[in-house]
Design a protein around this ligand. Structure first.
Ligand SMILES: [Zn+2]
Length: 359
């Protein structure tokens, strides 16, 4: 049995408030514990988005009642809220800025809307950028111009990891994360087992942002793992009905498949256990100022081989892009702040056991 610290996932879409048919604070934190994750940081693009004091309280109240593992909640940068967010920084995991895509009230149409956030948000608090390709380059320039740290979410491209490497070498305060689906899947993959023919509709299950990339990109991420600070799931559950519909929303669940996938990579000699501890515990703790969890660890049977199945998962969404994948390494037990929180497939702590990392 392998003993590891509880993992931190800095990128999770909880879906509450507003879309609790996909997930909520109860199910997402059960999924986290089942995956060996004892702290999650929640993204702000909920309905409504978390972008002022009252919406932050809405999310934190739901989390306080329902969460079974520890958590933080990000604020979302919008066109009109740069003045009010600094006062909320202490209560939040950090500030999330969506620089590419438009997400309702969190859209930032041009760089004049980025500036007040970079000017006002405390330099000691994390800023996370959803910024792909050339937009990422602009985000790194902002980090240099405003001389403050930024964390780039879910990098997926060769050009991204190479630019971050060059920026780090020049002392720019940039860190980044990678998702398992960008390490283990390419655009050529259909994330369904062979023979399961859903025709054209299967494409909905490959929809994710950033999109799955090429083998060349995946190879570059693996070749430059030392540049990548964190593993993050970008757990973004949508129901299987939504994914198989004519208008499939982008996003994959990931909390329960992260650790088995990366342990399997350790078994194959592609990663080390130290990589896991650095990228899923030590680095996210430092980047996001997350306190230590006393008497917290996970126990993993690294010899168990099994198939990933959506039917075994705690997430509400009822599917996984890794269905049928053979993996080696299973979470047997999670101890969180002295209590057995998960053991042999069962979540054993009550709703509300989770603590806000900023409390
Ligand atoms: Zn995300």
């Amino acid at each position: 049995m392998l003993k590891l610290p509880g993992l931190i996932d800095p990128h999770v879409h909880v879906r509450e408030p507003g879309q609790t048919h996909k997930e909520d604070w109860d199910t997402v934190t059960q999924a986290a514990l089942a995956g060996g994750v004892t702290t999650i940081l929640a993204m702000p693009n909920t309905k409504p988005p978390i972008f002022d004091n009252s919406t932050l309280d809405l999310a934190l109240d739901a989390a306080k009642k329902k969460a079974r593992c520890d958590y933080g909640q990000f604020l979302g940068a919008g066109p009109d809220n740069a003045d009010i967010l600094p006062a909320l920084a202490d209560k939040a995991a950090g500030l999330k800025m969506y620089l590419d895509s438009t997400f309702g009230e969190l859209r930032l149409d041009d760089m004049t809307l980025w500036m007040p956030h970079f000017e006002n948000f405390p330099k000691s608090a994390p800023i996370v950028l959803h910024s792909e390709s050339r937009t990422m380059a602009a985000g790194i320039l902002f980090a240099a111009v405003y001389d403050r740290p930024v964390h780039i979410a879910h990098i997926s491209l060769k050009e991204e990891v190479l630019l971050i490497k060059a920026a780090k070498e020049r002392g720019i305060k940039v860190t980044c994360e990678v998702c398992p689906h960008h390490l283990f899947l390419t655009a050529a993959d259909s994330p369904l087992p062979k023979g399961e023919g859903l025709g054209a509709r299967v494409n909905g299950r490959t929809e994710v942002r950033p999109r799955l990339a090429t083998q060349k990109d995946v190879d570059a991420l693996w070749a430059n793992l030392d540049v990548i600070d964190c593993f993050a799931t970008d757990h973004a559950p949508h129901t299987v009905e939504e994914k198989d519909s004519d208008n499939p929303p982008p996003g994959f669940p990931g909390l329960e498949t992260l650790l088995p996938l990366i342990l399997t990579a350790v078994d194959a000699g592609r990663l080390t256990l130290d990589d896991i501890i650095q990228k899923s515990v030590i680095n996210p703790r430092k980047i996001f100022n997350i306190p230590e969890q006393p008497e917290t660890w996970i126990e993993v049977d690294e010899t168990v081989e099994y198939e990933i199945k959506a039917a075994d998962q705690f997430t509400k969404c009822n599917w996984t892009p890794f269905e049928g994948w053979k993996v080696k390494g299973k979470v047997k037990k999670v101890v969180l702040r002295g209590q057995v929180a998960f053991e042999d497939g069962k979540v054993l702590v009550e709703k509300g056991y989770g603590k806000n990392v900023r409390a």
